[in-house]
Design a protein around this ligand. Structure first.
Ligand SMILES: Cc1cc2nc3c(=O)[nH]c(=O)nc-3n(C[C@H](O)[C@H](O)[C@H](O)COP(=O)(O)OP(=O)(O)OC[C@H]3O[C@@H](n4cnc5c(N)ncnc54)[C@H](O)[C@@H]3O)c2cc1C
Length: 557
């Protein structure tokens, strides 16, 4: 039997597979005896499958003697040896924290003895043995990072690199930490052979190919999540103490604190953990990360943390309704399933209003901004920029940006700023030689490569199109709360955000996050009057748990 470690030995020290001692550590005798207390010893036959790719709820194994082969399946469904797990080493990866499908299979070697820890006992082990848990968790994370880096246990996404659907699918897998290989059919020389092999024509792209030649043609996010085994069954009989709707920073914080304080917790998220922050390439103002952290990295850490404490994270699940007439509350999921909970945290956030333009997705997050802080202003030094919108936020952004930018164009559909902006701001803008207001105008075109290079707008009165070399566009046309699923259960403020706390006249206030319904709380961007920032969302999600305790157990409040 060859040890494939020599074949895959990476040279890059940043690659987790290069950090063998942490990625594939050996438990010492003391730790093995701790694990033994949670499982039982077995001697599987040589070649016996311990678990198979695609299986859910698999057990955890520590090798005492012999070895376990970890196998990946290629697209044709043929197994290949990925790694050998030897004495003192253990199987497992992030799938041990949830009910999603495993990405690999495991087969016992010759004369092998193992400790098998069943799933429920494994969770007990994690929560009661922090020293062992730390080693296991670090290894699981590094293993997943290695899989993403090497894309050796994933699936193949094939499609034109510039297609919106290719980007959507790629973004879904990336944000959910699912390993994949991308074959850009616009530029990859292997594209023709690939299409031929899977009998596909270009008009059927993009496709996702799973092991065993299973082809998903331009799947929706839900179809994709289903195909990848990311969707977990919901138990309609179970009554959770807390159901969190939305896994942005606020929802994830609520889940970590609720689960760590022993409340049975489920989080329902329609796309992927991270919310709006998950789309930010670098958050520089979040406490404790002086060099910044990508929203996705922050979200995946929080997701793992929540799952470690026992929270259920159901992703690619959209809450489509709320029945607040009976207790426990009933959340309708994907219009056909139900989750019951005694308390609910509304953390469904908001989405900034976007412009319906070709190429918009490509530039969003790096060249299209929804806030004008010092960070964004730095990108615009000495350049021309455009701000879309005629409200106060657009006015403030234009004034602020004009300090460093060469020129600021304000694009508005109306005749002027008087009706939509505070007078003092409109006056300052009128007096600034560095700001030009473009009335009756709409952005009609965005051009560039990886980055935005040109912005065009059309004057609707004359039809005149102007194109300027602009690399940063600020879209300040308001945010829209994700509250459509609330179905009239909660009092909303004028622009549809959820009213809470002191905003709720006539209610005894136990917390600033109470809504108009007992046991339903709102945190983060969805809450009327909240500060729309990652740190404030995390703060609100963390402290709301105290109010939930008081609501669930009034006697100990
Ligand atoms: C590009 C970008 C960059 C940013 N950069 C920064 C920054 O550098 N610093 C900073 O402090 N802030 C930044 N922000 C703002 C920050 O991201 C938000 O304030 C923060 O994400 C709000 O967190 P939240 O959890 O309240 O809501 P969200 O992040 O909006 O998360 C809500 C979640 O709920 C889910 N959801 C919605 N409806 C449903 C439903 N019906 N069923 C299930 N799930 C649902 C959504 O899919 C989403 O994942 C940025 C925002 C953007 C868009």
């Amino acid at each position: 039997m060859t040890d494939i470690r020599s074949e895959v030995e990476p040279l890059d020290p940043a690659d987790p597979l290069a950090r063998q001692e942490q990625t594939f550590p050996k438990l010492n005798d003391e730790m093995i005896s701790i694990v033994r207390a949670f499982g039982q010893e077995e001697a599987p036959g040589s070649g016996e499958l311990l678990f198979e790719r695609g299986q859910r709820s698999v057990d955890f194994f520590v090798v005492l003697q012999g070895y376990i082969e970890i196998l990946e399946l290629d697209l044709a469904g043929v197994p290949h040896l990925l790694r050998l797990i030897g004495p003192g080493q253990f199987t497992g990866e992030l799938y041990l924290l949830n009910e999603r499908q495993t990405l690999v299979s495991a087969r016992a070697g010759v004369a092998t003895h193992v400790i098998r820890v069943r799933r429920a006992d494994f969770h007990r082990l994690l929560s009661s043995e922090p020293d062992v848990a730390e080693i296991l968790m670090r290894a699981f994370i590094l293993r997943r990072v290695g899989q993403i880096l090497h894309a050796n246990v994933g699936v193949e996404l094939a499609g034109p690199g510039h297609s919106g659907d290719t980007l959507r699918i790629e973004q879904f897998m990336r944000r959910n930490g699912y390993p994949y290989r991308l074959l850009d059919t616009e530029s990859d020389t292997d594209a023709a052979a690939f299409l031929n092999c899977f009998d596909l024509s270009e008009d059927q792209l993009p496709v996702v190919v799973l092991p065993g030649k299973v082809v998903l043609r331009n799947p929706s996010n839900t179809e994709l999540a289903d195909g990848l085994g990311l969707i977990e069954a919901l138990d309609p009989e179970k009554i959770y103490e807390v159901a969190v709707v939305g896994a942005g920073p606020a929802g994830l914080a609520a889940a970590v604190y609720a689960a760590s304080e022993g409340l049975s917790t489920i989080v329902l998220e329609r796309i992927a953990p991270g919310g709006q922050a998950g789309t930010s390439s670098k958050i520089e103002n979040y406490l404790g990360f002086p060099t910044g952290i990508s929203g996705q990295a922050l979200a995946s850490r929080a997701q793992i943390q929540a799952q470690k404490f026992g929270a259920r994270l159901a992703i690619a699940r959209t809450v489509t309704g709320l029945d607040c007439t009976a207790q426990p509350y009933r959340l309708e999921v994907d219009e056909r399933e139900a989750v019951h909970a005694r308390s609910i945290v509304v953390a469904s956030g908001a989405r900034y209003r976007r412009l319906e333009l070709q190429n918009y997705d490509r530039f969003e997050g790096n060249c299209i901004h929804y806030a004008a802080t010092a960070m964004e202003a730095r990108l615009c030094g000495g350049q021309e920029v455009a701000v879309v919108g005629g409200g106060n936020s657009a006015g403030q952004a234009a004034m602020f940006l004009s300090k460093g930018a060469r020129h600021v164009q304000i694009i508005i559909r109306g005749s002027g700023l008087a009706a939509t902006m505070s007078d003092y701001l409109a006056q300052r803008i009128a007096n600034s030689p560095k700001i030009t207001v473009r009335p009756y105008s709409e952005i009609t075109r965005l051009d560039g490569d990886r980055l935005l290079r040109e912005v065009s707008w059309t004057d609707r009165r004359t039809g005149t199109v102007e194109t300027h070399a602009i690399a940063n566009l600020f879209v300040m046309i308001g945010a829209q709360p994700n509250t459509e699923w609330l179905g009239g259960c909660l009092a909303l403020a004028a622009r549809g955000f959820v009213r809470t706390g002191s905003d709720m006249e006539g209610r005894a206030l136990s917390s600033p996050f109470v809504t108009s319904r007992p046991g339903i709380f709102a945190v983060g961007d969805v809450r009327s009057g909240s500060v729309k920032r990652v740190a404030s969302g995390v703060g609100e999600g963390s402290v709301v748990v105290q109010a939930i305790h008081q609501y669930l157990n009034p006697s100990i409040a």
